[in-house]
Design a protein. Structure first.
Length: 314
């Protein structure tokens, strides 16, 4: 439960380090960040006044692990081609995967198509606004459901991505970066920060995410541009280093199965017909290629014909 002071204002949240006392109320953080967002927000198509719930849902699926600069042109083409769930529900899988292009993690495209079919079957083609109904859709988890509720319907929701986690960690708890895995304490903090009203809560969700994306970045934070720099717990404690650095693993892209799978998918997307395995030999070492081809078939991203050639699913 969120605590309030004698004047009824929300009190500072518990569990942070020195510097927390600078926050007289939670509202100070929320108000500053949302005021900053009002003039600093990027002009993105899924934020436009004529946005649709379906457009917001598509953007959230595409933005998972893919930067905005790569998503925006694909999103525009996607929405022009499939502006409603019903339009995508009838699309051939091969065309869905081709349209997804090089966004990466193409299973998201399959889940999005499954989601569209479920929306048509269960909700007469309209994206639902309820949390339970959203989370019951294929590929829609807690984060995406909350984001759709906030950004498409203007509802109060807890929306926490990596950007929001970083803002919370620095501004409130005084650490350089959050733990590698999302913790229960972070969840409690996120809940305590969400304003009570729908409009204010939706604005906070968008604003805190934007602050993390543009200013409070992971590697080179632009503290001089931060609207809460004078009250930031991380700054007030002298910018302590990342205490979780030893737990973070970084993997080189070169030589990974993801790279090989990406090469195979690129070849299948541009092929005019089934592709012989021999023509995919340059994608990676033989044993790794075999493993990746088998994985793509198992994941529903590729299929084979009677001659053993590979192609996108029909």
């Amino acid at each position: 439960m969120v605590r309030t002071d004698r004047r009824g204002r929300r009190a500072a949240v518990p569990g942070s380090r020195s510097g927390q006392a600078q926050w007289a109320t939670v509202d100070a953080l929320v108000e500053r960040v949302t005021a900053w967002f009002a003039h600093a927000a990027r002009d993105l198509p899924w934020r436009a006044a004529d946005r649709t719930p379906w457009g917001v849902l598509v953007s959230e699926v595409m933005l998972q692990q893919t930067p905005v600069v790569r998503v925006e042109p694909v999103w525009r083409a996607w929405m022009e081609r499939w502006p409603t769930p019903a339009a995508l529900a009838d699309a051939p899988t091969s065309e869905v995967l081709r349209a997804w292009g090089r966004l990466g993690y193409p299973r998201r495209a399959l889940r999005l198509a499954d989601c569209a079919r479920a929306i048509v079957a269960r909700h007469d083609g309209e994206v639902p606004s309820g949390e339970e109904a959203l989370r019951a859709l294929p590929g829609i988890g807690e984060y995406t459901a909350g984001a759709v509720r906030a950004f498409a319907f203007g509802r109060r929701a807890v929306v926490v991505d990596t950007n929001v986690r970083r803002v919370q960690a620095r501004a409130v708890t005084g650490v350089a970066l959050p733990a590698p895995s999302y913790t229960a304490a972070e969840r409690r903090l996120a809940v305590s920060l969400v304003p009570d009203g729908d409009e204010d809560a939706a604005a906070w969700a968008a604003a805190s995410m934007e602050l993390g994306a543009l200013v409070c970045t992971a590697r080179t934070p632009r503290c001089d541009r931060c609207p809460v720099q004078d009250l930031c717990a991380w700054r007030l404690t002298g910018f302590p280093p990342d205490e979780h650095a030893h737990r973070r693993r970084t993997q080189s892209w070169d030589g990974t199965d993801r790279q090989v799978r990406g090469r195979v998918m690129a070849a299948l997307r541009t092929a005019d017909g089934p592709v012989h395995r021999a023509l995919l030999a340059d994608a990676g070492p033989e044993s790794q290629l075999d493993r990746c081809l088998a994985g793509l078939v198992e994941d529903g991203l590729a299929e084979t014909d009677e001659a053993g050639r590979f192609m996108l699913p029909a």
